[in-house]
Design a protein around this ligand. Structure first.
Ligand code: NDP
Length: 258
């Protein structure tokens, strides 16, 4: 029984979750911490981050964090220095979750929009993996999870650049699995479908688009963030120790509905 409990627990693990102040990232922080991990998180907005940090403290969860814009190379470097010093040079779990969406027809995406989407959603994850690699290797059982999207594998209108970052992330998941398994670092992605967060509220501001999205989803509803974070937590456990290079779709069936 004890062995089973250990395989389904994150007790004693350390984790970095980007973009944890709200939405799916916040749910991931809470899930990992409730399962026993010590978690560090970041976001750009200080007020919202501090509100979340205070709530976690009240809940008795081991969560720390700081303001960091993951699209900036100097901020990423400082973030990883802080994480390394807090967790004494070892990191078990890296969750690349922070992302933005700027819903627009492809022909209207400006150079500034494009650069912001690429650097926040894809480049940040790529470079954070590079920076975290020595810490993940030192842990002896590192797990990276990218939060991708169904938009990374199927066509979605007004998501040209966003979907491209998620498609690139899915490929990076496979490539890193091939390169870093030798150090027992596993790399997987979770690709959510429509999930109730601030990002989705912006994307589905038009009620008609939301109704159509739900009608296309076999489970006929959006996901709750908790339904995404449980899969993320599983991938970080010893119970998932033979899973690497995979993109796990959590979408209420929308991508299999033709
Ligand atoms: P939210 O917008 O609700 O939350 C995003 C989080 O990331 C916030 O904490 C935000 O804080 C942070 N963030 C954004 N940009 C940066 C940055 N440059 N540096 C640091 N932190 C940043 O989004 P969701 O929770 O909906 O999305 C989470 C993940 O799930 C994303 O990768 C998204 O692509 C993916 N996803 C979401 C879906 C959905 O329907 N909601 C569907 C499919 C995938 P702040 O703004 O203060 O920086």
């Amino acid at each position: 029984m004890e062995q089973v409990k250990k395989r389904w627990s994150l007790e004693g693990k350390t984790a970095l979750v980007t973009g944890g102040s709200r939405g799916i990232g916040r749910a991931i922080v809470e899930e990992l911490a409730r399962l026993g991990a010590s978690v560090y998180t970041c976001a750009r907005g200080e007020t919202e981050l501090n509100r979340s940090l205070s709530a976690w403290k009240v809940m008795g969860l081991r969560v720390d964090g700081s303001v960091c814009d993951v699209s900036s190379s100097s901020c990423r470097k400082k973030l990883m220095e802080d994480v390394s010093s807090l967790f004494q040079g070892k990191l078990d779990i890296l969750i690349n979750n922070a992302a933005i969406v700027i819903p627009k027809p492809a022909e209207e995406v400006s150079a500034v929009d494009y650069a912001a989407i690429m650097s926040t959603n894809f480049e940040s994850g790529f470079h954070l993996c590079q920076l975290a690699r020595p810490l993940l290797k030192a842990s002896g059982q590192g797990s990276i999870v990218f939060i991708s999207s169904v938009a990374g594998s199927v066509g979605v209108i007004n998501c040209a650049a966003y979907g491209a970052t998620k498609g690139a992330m899915n490929q990076l998941t496979k490539n890193l699995a091939c390169e870093w398994s030798k150090d027992n670092i596993r790399t997987n992605s979770v690709a959510p479908g429509f999930t109730k967060t601030e990002m989705a509220a912006g994307f589905f501001a038009d009620e008609e688009i939301l109704r159509a999205a739900i009608a296309r989803t076999p489970l006929r509803r959006m996901a709750e963030p908790e339904e995404i974070c449980s899969v993320v937590a599983f991938l970080c456990m010893e119970a998932a120790s033979y899973i690497t290079g995979q993109v796990i779709v959590v979408d209420g069936g929308v991508t299999v509905n033709c």
